[in-house]
Write a new protein. Structure first.
Length: 354
C-alpha cells in the first residue's frame, strides 16, 4: 500500500515580553497573538489541532480511472500509485497507466508517489521470500534502489512509498539499508515514505521487520496499515480495523516514531464471509448487497464500522466515509501527520472535513 512532504510546522505566533513604544514591531506581534487567543506565557500548543490540517493520502491501483481520482482530489494531498513490484533481481517498470496518474494528480494539484511492493499476482499475496532475497543481499538492495530512483525521476514522481509486507525480524537490517539507499539517491525535493503493518507492542513491530527508530530517521512519513485485523482466510467475521485496536497499535508505534511523522492507514473497503470463504468488496457493493436482501446494516460505534448479515448467511463488514471521519478525529487527537486511505475506487470519495 498504503503515502508527502509535511508542510512547515505552524506554531502560533511567538509571545514576547511587554515592550515600550520604541519596539512597536514586537508589540504588534504580541498583540496579534493575544487577539488570536494565546495568553501570555502559554505553553506551545500541539502543532495539529484541526482536521483540515491533516495530510491525506489516497492509494490507487495503476488502472484507476481519472474520474475516480478527481472525485477525491479535493480531500487529498497525495496520490500513491500501486505500483512497481519485485521481479527476479530487479523491478517491474511503471506502465502507461501509472504514468497517466502522475499527470492526473499534478493536474489536480496533488503530489504523486510511486509504490514499491512485494505483492505477487501468482501467489495472490505478498511474497515474503522475494522480500527476503532482496533485503538479505546488499548488492540487490543497491541495484533496486538505483532502478527505482531512476524510474521516479524519469516519470516525474514526487516520491517513493515502500510497501514490503509479510516480513520477519531478520529482514529488518536490510529494510533499513534499502531505505537509506533510496534516500541517498532521491533528489532533495522528493519524499520517501513507508507502509508498516500494525502491531500492538514495540516487540511486535520488531518481529514484523520494522526497526522503527532507524526507519523513522530515514523516511518522511510512517504510514500505519491499521486494517485487516479480520478477513476471510485468516479469521472469522469481524471489523477490519476497529478503533480500539487502531489506538493500541498507534500507542505502540508512537513510543518510537514522532506523531507528526505518522499517518493512520484506514480501510476503504469491506469483506464477505460465507461458510469459511469470502472476498474483498467495495463500499458501494457492500451497501447494494444489504439493500438487495432488504437488510438494514448495523453501525458498530465501538469499532466504527458497519456489518450486515445477508439472506444466504453471508456476513459482511465494511469501513466507509463515516468510519474515515472517526479516524480523522483520532489522528487529530493524537497529533498525527495525516491519514492514508486504501483505496480509491473501493472507498467512498474523500471530501474535505466540514
Amino acid at each position: 500500500m498504503t503515502r508527502a512532504p509535511r508542510p512547515p510546522r505552524r506554531p502560533r505566533a511567538p509571545l514576547a515580553r511587554r515592550v515600550g513604544l520604541v519596539r512597536l514591531l514586537v508589540a504588534l506581534v504580541v498583540a496579534g497573538a493575544v487577539l488570536a487567543g494565546v495568553p501570555a506565557g502559554a505553553a506551545t500548543p500541539p502543532t495539529r489541532a484541526r482536521a483540515d490540517d491533516l495530510s491525506v493520502t489516497g492509494y490507487a491501483l495503476g488502472g484507476t480511472s481519472d474520474a475516480v481520482v478527481l472525485a477525491s482530489a479535493p480531500g487529498l494531498r497525495t496520490l500513491t500509485v500501486d505500483g512497481v513490484t519485485l521481479r527476479g533481481r530487479g523491478l517491474t517498470p511503471p506502465d502507461d497507466d501509472m504514468l497517466r496518474l502522475v499527470r492526473t494528480a499534478h493536474g489536480a494539484g496533488l503530489r504523486a508517489e510511486l509504490l514499491l511492493s512485494n505483492y505477487s499476482d501468482r501467489l495472490g499475496d505478498f511474497d515474503s521470500g522475494a522480500a527476503t532475497r532482496l533485503l538479505s543481499s546488499p548488492q540487490r538492495v543497491q541495484r533496486v534502489a538505483d532502478a527505482l530512483a531512476a524510474d521516479v525521476t524519469a516519470g516525474g514522481w514526487d516520491g517513493v512509498n515502500v510497501d514490503l509486507e509479510s516480513l520477519s525480524k531478520r529482514d529488518g537490517p536490510g529494510l533499513v539499508a534499502l531505505l537509506q539507499a533510496l534516500r541517498s539517491r532521491l533528489p532533495a525535493p522528493l519524499t520517501l515514505t513507508i507502509d508498516v503493518q500494525a502491531a500492538t507492542s514495540a516487540r511486535g513491530y520488531l518481529r514484523h521487520g520494522y526497526r522503527l527508530p532507524e526507519v523513522a530517521a530515514t523516511t518522511d512519513a510512517v504510514q500505519l496499515m491499521a486494517y485487516d485485523l479480520h478477513g476471510p482466510g485468516w479469521s472469522g467475521p469481524g471489523p477490519i480495523g476497529p478503533l480500539r485496536w487502531q489506538r493500541r497499535a498507534l500507542e505502540a508505534l508512537l513510543t518510537q516514531v514522532p506523531p507528526a511523522q505518522v499517518d493512520l492507514g484506514v480501510a476503504g473497503y469491506g469483506y464477505t464471509w460465507t461458510r469459511g470463504t469470502g472476498r474483498a468488496i467495495g463500499v458501494q457493493r457492500a451497501r447494494r448487497l444489504a439493500a438487495r436482501d432488504h437488510v438494514t446494516p448495523r453501525w458498530h460505534a465501538g469499532s466504527g464500522e458497519w456489518s450486515a448479515r445477508l439472506a444466504d448467511g453471508t456476513t459482511t463488514w465494511w469501513s466507509d466515509a463515516r468510519s474515515l471521519a472517526l479516524r480523522r478525529q483520532l489522528a487529530v487527537d493524537l497529533g498525527l501527520h495525516g491519514l492514508a486511505l486504501w483505496r480509491l475506487g473501493s472507498a467512498d470519495p474523500v471530501v474535505p472535513p466540514a
